[in-house]
Design a protein around this ligand. Sequence first.
Ligand code: PHE
Length: 345
Amino acid sequence: MLARLEELRAEGVARAESAEDLGALERVEVEWLGRSGRLTALLREVGKLSAEERPAVGRTANEVKTAISGALAARREVLEQGALASDLSGAGLDPTLPGSPPPVGAAHPVLAVARQLEDLFLSMGFLIADGPEVETEERNFDALNIPSDHPARDAQDTIWLQDEPGRPRLCLRTHTSPVQVRALREHGPPLRVVAPGRVFRQEAQDATHEHTFHQMEGLVVDRGVGVPHMLHAMHTLIEGVFGRPLETRLRPGFFPFVEPGFELDARCPFCKTGCRVCKQSTWIELMPGGLVHPNVLRACDVDPEIYSGFAFGLGLSRIAMLRWGIDDIRWMMSGDLGFLEQFPA
Ligand code: PHE
């Protein structure tokens, strides 16, 4: 038995050392050490030996196993090194060539503006809120003081989900304003919140209208909040986006969920006497806003005798377009890499 073990050792080690490639080495391993390998087969016979013979044979068998495993491992190392070396010295390989850099992504212009404004409002103690793109009719319209027979509904036509009996009617939200309702109902006043997100409208598309675009809602509700607070927030926002304060003007604007309602214009940041962006007027329409309508506060269980607030709705897509001089809103959702690659991270 001992003699047979020694034979196995010699032969196994020799075969391992002469294996020509990793595949051959694998086969040697299976043949000697595998479940039905030669060494394993021999070891099964150890049980038949007498008690005196067993320890010596067992010890030798282990040594043989270690010797063959060692030879296999050493050979594997050599073969692997060789494979690597031949890869590296392969014909046509020039290790001094620069590697191919992985493509690096960048924030979409809308996302870049959203992130910048989120940081700005976070620094002023606002919450960042989020709402679903599929919204209930109640939050998108009714709670915002837009009853179903109100003409303002037509101005924000959208896509409706199929009615399901016993369930609230759902639509693709037409604005981020339903997040006002969600945030007020969830947190109650006092509250400062901005909510960026994607909104949808059923409309004919052109350079300034798209069925899908982005807004950012702002809402502050507290005791004694008025128009000056709203203006302060808007001016801070403008300075954040354009890097400097711009002269502004307020025009009356109608939205059922604010009273009074305004449209804020700013002096065109690109010219003094009129240009393509401001359509020669030197003013650009920036954002609507106003004081939260008492009916909205009531719909959110907030007492309008105690609390008041302001809200504004910023067109993120529009701001990004202004900021980078993008002339057609349809670029924004186009997914066109030639367009997007112009906005490095
Ligand atoms: N939700 C309005 C819109 O999308 C914008 C708005 C928001 C107006 C907040 C006033 C206050 O047209």
